[in-house]
Design a binder for this molecule. Structure first.
Ligand code: CAO
Length: 469
């Protein structure tokens, strides 16, 4: 049936209303987000494209954080002391006169500008950078940033949106003024007291959980603060104390401290060995941290290769498969071995028997055989093996980059892989390599201004140091 003019226009108005309602609903559903990008995945910038970091970090903890942000696409501007730079540039040098691996492996995907932060003209440049950056990251000794005049109040007056992120050794409390390095944090965060063998002294770990671990925590805090800023429009302070970062990684040991009140820790091999527990969580050697007993066992070649070992977990669901592999099928039904509680007092002997089998195979053979029947094992990989491992190169976890001074070197790429933010690992910058570029392109300084700042000596090493170098 044909509609009248009036009916038609009413329908139009109505349909307009419906469209409006629909788009409102859609907008609410999208949580205020833009329309999904139509560009192919990996081709629409990076996760942190558009975020600019004023990187005032040095040594390891802070640089780890800003390198990760750089991997995610942030523009990281590293401020270094003229003529000297980050102290790690010259520490543990392997190539004479060139930036060390210590520096190059922690400062990829960054630009370097040299500024004397205590020089009036240096302060002028820093203030200009504060106005244009989103995040200031620092890991100076407590109070050093304030002594430069870069107090929270000063920064916030210049840029209320600025996030100020800091690594310190300790949070507020009796040790807040202490300078802290990696192993100090491992000890103060509960890792060292719970690492090592019961009979031996506390041990620090090879993984840099104090420095790199805290840098990683700080990066997470910064990204969260950036997200909150989208709602509040203002920056905030982000603090990660190394002691706190280590404790967060050692939280299972604080779990065990509380369990100790209730009774002995039955998954620790000292329980099976009948050794009494003290008041604090003991060192557990190579015991597995979870409820499934595990140990490191020798493999073929262990006599000459210090890394011919495998971590072997006697997970309950695959006990039968383990018994078959090691030629002890009778243990599947023997009441002395058939259940996890029955095995606890005999773990030492059980692992010794499994080791007789693993010693007849290389760690990679054990890996192949066990994984086929879902027995969890882990080969002890040397750094040489990791450096040469093809699959790690293929995924970009180990990357070779070229450096104008020192040539090719290996670095660790982004350990986090994202489908729409592809990491391109870049070499570390030379000291002050981007000073001019930053003054001109980031700060918009005219040639005369650049000359004025440069002539003041705020961006170069004092004459004496220049001669010494
Ligand atoms: N221009 C001028 N001065 C600069 C400068 C620049 N661009 N960059 C740094 N400085 C100055 C600082 O202002 C400071 O001077 P004051 O002491 O006079 O204020 C001085 O250099 C030394 O800084 P610092 O005390 O941070 O360095 P340090 O070598 O004495 O200590 C460390 C190193 C790591 C122990 C200390 O920075 C610290 O405890 N940081 C926090 C915890 C941390 O990150 N530890 C991890 C270290 S390993 O990753």
């Amino acid at each position: 049936m044909a509609k009248s003019k009036k009916q038609k226009s009413r329908t139009k108005a109505e349909s307009k209303k419906v469209v409006k309602l629909k788009s409102k609903k859609l907008a609410a559903k999208a949580n205020g987000l833009p329309k999904p990008s139509s560009k192919p995945y990996g081709k629409d910038g990076k996760a942190l494209t558009g975020v600019r970091i004023l990187d005032f970090t040095h040594v390891q903890s802070g640089p780890t954080c800003t390198q990760l942000l750089g991997y995610m696409g942030a523009d990281v501007i590293k401020v270094e002391r003229p003529g000297v730079g980050d102290i790690t540039r010259t520490q543990l040098r392997d190539v004479k006169g060139q930036d060390s691996l210590y520096f190059t492996m922690l400062n990829g995907n960054k630009r370097s500008i040299t500024i004397d932060s205590k020089h009036p003209q240096g302060k002028r440049v820093l203030d200009a950078l504060i106005k244009t950056c989103d995040v200031l990251v620092e890991n100076f000794a407590p109070g050093a940033l304030d002594r430069m005049g870069l107090t929270w109040e000063h920064i916030h007056k210049l840029n209320p949106r600025m996030i100020v992120a800091s690594v310190k050794g300790f949070g507020p409390g009796p040790y807040e003024d202490c300078k802290v390095y990696e192993n100090v944090a491992q000890c103060a965060g509960g890792s060292a007291s719970t690492t090592g063998f019961r009979e031996g002294p506390p041990l620090v770990t090879g993984a840099q959980i104090g420095d790199s671990g805290t840098g990683l925590h700080l990066a997470w805090g910064i990204v969260c603060a950036l997200y909150q800023r989208m709602r509040t429009g203002r920056g905030q302070k982000v603090l990660c104390a190394m002691q706190d970062g280590v404790l967060n990684l050692a939280r299972v040991k604080l779990r065990d401290q509380q369990r100790l009140k209730v009774g002995p820790l039955s998954e620790y091999s000292q329980f099976g060995e009948g050794v009494a527990f003290g008041k604090a969580v003991p060192r557990a050697g190579n015991d597995s941290g979870g409820g499934q007993p595990g140990w490191i066992l020798k493999c073929k070649g262990w006599e000459s290769d210090p890394d011919a070992y495998i971590y072997f977990i006697t997970q309950a669901p695959v006990w039968g498969e383990i018994c078959d592999l090691i030629g002890k099928p009778q243990w599947k039904t023997d009441p002395d071995y058939a259940t996890p509680p029955a095995r606890l007092p005999k773990l030492k002997q059980i692992f010794a028997t499994i080791e007789e089998w693993t010693m007849t195979k290389t760690k990679f053979e054990v890996m192949d055989i066990c994984n086929k029947v879902d027995i969890p094992v882990g080969p002890i990989l040397s750094m040489k093996e990791i450096a040469e491992e093809k699959s790690l190169r293929d995924t970009g976890t180990v990357v070779e980059v070229d450096h104008p001074g020192r040539g090719k070197y290996l670095t660790v790429g982004n350990p986090v892989k994202m489908s729409d933010s592809i990491t391109e690992v870049e070499r570390s910058p030379l000291l002050g390599e981007h000073t001019d570029e930053i003054l001109k392109d980031v700060l918009g300084f005219k040639a005369a201004e650049i000359a004025e700042v440069k002539n003041s000596g705020a961006l170069s090493a004092p004459k004496k140091e220049e001669k010494a170098a």
